[in-house]
Ligand binder design. Structure first.
Ligand code: PLP
Length: 431
């Protein structure tokens, strides 16, 4: 990329959560293979982010590439209205086989946020079908479910980037986030807030939506499985459907194929995304029960009112199929368990570091919560200069590496985090 390309990007192209005036310059990546991103200066850096939890088997994976090439020769896309095709059928068969028995009807869409919109619309239509005008959703604070409007409306109203839109969003219900963390003792007071809200509003609530076990962008907290179990019981008691957002956690990231397996509970609606295509193309899925699907279909309009243009894109479905085939060889479990062990060895001792408040490890997720905000510009440069790609936010330095990372590569990631913590200039000390 010539310098004029860099300047063009800087001047004309939005990047996620980034201003158009004086943005932090973006690094140009020209190719990627395995755990490495190759920068335009030909330097290879180790990716600690899996392109936001997606590239679980690493980049340029020959098996995923083959699936894409094979499919592209047949067709890249065809509309899904009135038409079906083998990649979508094969994918849905696999998704049904992998997930709890109850989930047997699948809506494919373009992105995680849309999968959430779909889940929310499904439940609004579900209640309409039953002759009830239920519109409110109950969730917990510190959640994150995406950037579209309905998704924003169930994401944390204070903690999120969505504050600005607050008075435009539906007025949903937010219970206190649980404080009992995954590896510590369950504290039953955690349930008080949720229980009170669900009891007082049970006839208004269309659904409960949560990220099971791991709250991602809302703070990278891992909460206690008992909390999820109790929530499920409360939802059952009040006949309120439960949506699990496994867009970040699905497909092995937490050491279980799905995070809800830690609590041994099943949702009525399950949203999948991010790593579903192994980090190659955008695709998401909303799975639901026969009961919900049939109830929606008995509504006045007689169908579910949604249909994206690129619904069930054959290329995306084909590569998602290949991704699941790799998962089914069951290597992921060994890989993730090994990563968890190594992350624990390397990062847990940091709990005694003066700039560290907490260290949390679950599966292939390692989180260092710092006492100060990071200086994004400087810390991003520090990481790249030291050969790694780690993108912290606020006070959180975290890694979600590809499952195929080897021990040396993972040591490199954690060593650079440790070096960063010893470098005061990378933090905003008065924060
Ligand atoms: C990333 C994410 C989303 C949104 O997915 P997009 O594909 O970015 O729209 C929703 N929920 C969770 C938990 C996520 O991590």
């Amino acid at each position: 990329m010539s310098q004029s390309d860099t300047i063009f990007d800087y001047k004309h192209i939005w990047h996620p959560y980034s201003p158009m005036i004086n943005p932090i310059p973006s690094y140009s990546v020209i190719s990627a293979k395995g755990v490495y991103l190759k920068l335009k200066n030909k330097k290879n850096i180790i990716d600690g982010m899996s392109s936001w939890w997606s590239a679980i088997h690493g980049y340029n994976h020959p098996f995923l590439n083959r699936a894409l090439k094979k499919q592209i020769k047949k067709m890249s896309h065809v509309m899904f209205g009135g038409i079906t095709h083998p990649p979508a059928i094969a994918l849905c068969r696999q998704l049904i086989a992998l997930t709890p028995k109850k989930l047997e009807c699948i809506f494919l869409s373009d992105s995680g946020s849309v999968a959430i919109e779909v889940a929310i619309k499904m439940l609004i239509q579900y209640w309409q079908s039953l002759g009830q005008k239920r519109k409110q959703f109950l969730t917990i604070r510190n959640g994150y479910h995406g950037d579209t409007f309905a998704a924003m409306s169930v994401s944390d109203p204070k903690n999120s980037f969505h504050k600005i839109y607050n008075n435009l969003l539906p007025n949903n219900l937010f219970a206190d986030a649980p404080v009992s963390s995954f590896h510590k003792k369950w504290q039953k007071n955690d349930l008080i807030s949720f229980k009170k809200i669900i009891e007082e509003n049970s006839l208004k609530i269309a659904g409960v939506i949560l990220e099971p076990i791991v709250q991602g962008v809302g703070g990278m907290n891992f909460y206690h499985p008992t909390y999820l179990k109790k929530i499920k019981t409360l939802c059952n008691d009040h006949h309120i459907p439960l949506i699990f957002d496994e867009i970040a956690t699905g497909f092995g990231r937490t050491g279980r194929l799905f995070a809800f397996e830690h609590a041994d509970v099943t949702p009525d609606i399950l949203c999948l995304g991010k790593s579903i295509t192994g980090g190659t193309i955008t695709l998401a899925a909303t799975l639901t029960s026969r009961h919900i699907a049939n109830t929606i279909s008995m509504s006045e309009v007689g169908c579910f009112m949604h249909g994206p243009t690129y619904m069930a894109n054959p290329l995306a479905c084909a590569v998602a199929n290949a991704n699941i085939k790799i998962l089914k060889t069951n290597q992921w479990k060994t890989q993730v368990d090994k990563i968890e062990k190594q992350l624990s060895q390397n990062l847990l001792p940091l709990i005694n570091h003066p700039y560290v408040i907490d260290v949390r490890i679950l599966g292939a997720i390692g989180v260092v919560e710092c006492s100060h905000l990071v200086n994004m510009f400087l810390i991003q440069k520090f990481f790249v200069d030291n050969g790694v790609w780690i993108r912290p936010f606020k006070k959180l330095i975290y890694i979600v590496p590809p499952y195929i990372i080897n021990p040396d590569q993972l040591n490199k990631l954690t060593n650079v985090i440790i070096e960063a913590l010893d470098n005061k200039s990378l933090f905003i000390l008065n924060s």
